[in-house]
Design a binder for this molecule. Structure first.
Ligand code: WQD
Length: 345
């Protein structure tokens, strides 16, 4: 029986594939490669010495998706595919609603048709919106403040309604805090297209000389040094959280949300200092105005995932920076290579 990973070629997806393969799961990847590269999957295969099927398909292609379920014995789905840039979602909201919501509804309809009712969904801490109460627990009222976050919040609601309509479903809603870092090999990592929006890839590109200087968005928040505080979580710890959630979904019914964070916040200046230590490089930066929509401080209460999934994070900020830097140094232009990979359509 296989686990279907949608968006498996992406940053979170490729790291999750490795962790699933390493503990013996059979996996199948479906990805439309709109924001990822087949090279990532070739390297997943090399690193794990495991083969797995890959389908190039948009999830809204219902016929194509049904064929995957017909041709393969699938027991669960880890649904990571989706558009995820906050800034882009503000400019193109309809693209985000259409893609993220329609593809999830189509996926669930096909899963229902084939009686596959175990689902792990990639949600986000952005569903909490501008809450200033920290640490943030799963009971914190939701209030996404941008179209990207609202698609995640709406999808959580859709999945809760799905469970209410049929209690045979097992659904985990994983609310990611700030994923950073890379696999220790330096062979897979975050490969943002264009200028990165997020802090860690931006700092990495300044360190490797691709970008001049970092703009620090505000230093007048009520935090340790005035700059924004976030809960950075190593992507390998995050990937292992998906394995734990899958294991729980395979033995229990219900729909549950889980914060995947470390419970520890770090400021922008603390991240810069840690990255300088890890890379031996000086990160040039200037303090500018706050970024609209940012909150000052955000970090998780991750005790529910520890208690119910038996999951804890193991990697600290230094390791996150070391692994980010190794990936960036080894792949200054990301996965910008031609790949020979058998991809089914
Ligand atoms: C972190 C801190 C910024 C860039 C995002 C989105 C979403 C989510 C994860 C999936 C903040 C500061 C950043 C820069 C800066 N992904 N910063 N200069 O906004 O906390 O959340 O992360 O769900 O993509 O919600 O992450 O990395 O953009 O910002 O000063 O050039 O770094 O102000 O304090 P964010 P981020």
């Amino acid at each position: 029986m296989a686990v279907l990973i949608t968006g498996g070629a992406g940053y979170i997806g490729s790291h999750t594939c490795i962790e699933l393969l390493n503990v013996g799961y059979e996996i199948i990847v479906v990805d439309n490669f709109s924001n990822s590269k087949p090279e990532a999957l070739k390297r997943v295969s090399e690193l794990t010495r495991k083969y797995f099927k890959t389908y190039c398909l948009d999830l809204q292609n219902r016929e194509g998706l049904e064929k995957i379920f017909t041709d393969n014995k699938i027991e669960a789905v880890i649904h990571l595919a989706g558009l995820k840039a906050v800034g882009e979602s503000v400019h193109f909201p309809l693209k985000y609603y259409e893609n993220n919501i329609n593809s999830t509804v189509t996926l669930c309809e096909v899963m229902k048709k084939f009686e596959v009712k175990n689902l792990v969904f990639s949600s986000s801490a952005t569903v909490y919106g501008a809450t200033e109460t920290v640490p943030i627990s799963e009971n914190t009222p939701l209030g996404a403040t941008n179209p990207y976050g609202r698609t995640k919040q709406m999808i959580e609601g859709i999945l809760e309604d799905l469970y209410e309509s049929d209690h045979n479903w097992s659904i985990a809603l994983l609310r990611y805090f700030n994923p950073v870092g890379a696999h220790v090999s330096g062979r897979i990592g975050e490969d943002p297209s264009g200028v990165p929006n997020n802090l860690m890839p931006y700092i990495s590109q300044v360190a490797v000389g691709k970008l001049e200087t970092l703009k620090v968005f505000g230093d007048n928040y009520s935090t340790v040094d005035g700059t924004g505080v976030r809960d950075y979580i190593h992507v390998v710890d995050l990937a292992k959280g998906h394995v734990k959630a899958l294991e729980k979904m395979l033995i229990s019914k219900g729909v549950e949300s889980y914060n995947l964070g470390t419970g520890q916040g770090y400021s922008v200046l603390e991240v810069i200092a840690a990255f300088e230590k890890a890379s031996g490089k000086t990160i040039s930066y200037s303090i500018v105005e706050r970024r609209p929509g940012d909150v000052g401080i955000c970090y998780a209460d991750a005790s529910k995932a520890k208690k119910e999934l038996g999951w804890v994070t193991c990697k600290g900020l230094d390791e996150m920076c070391q692994d980010s830097w190794r990936w960036q140094q080894n792949n200054p232009h990301g996965y910008n290579v031609e790949t020979k990979l058998l991809i089914r359509s």
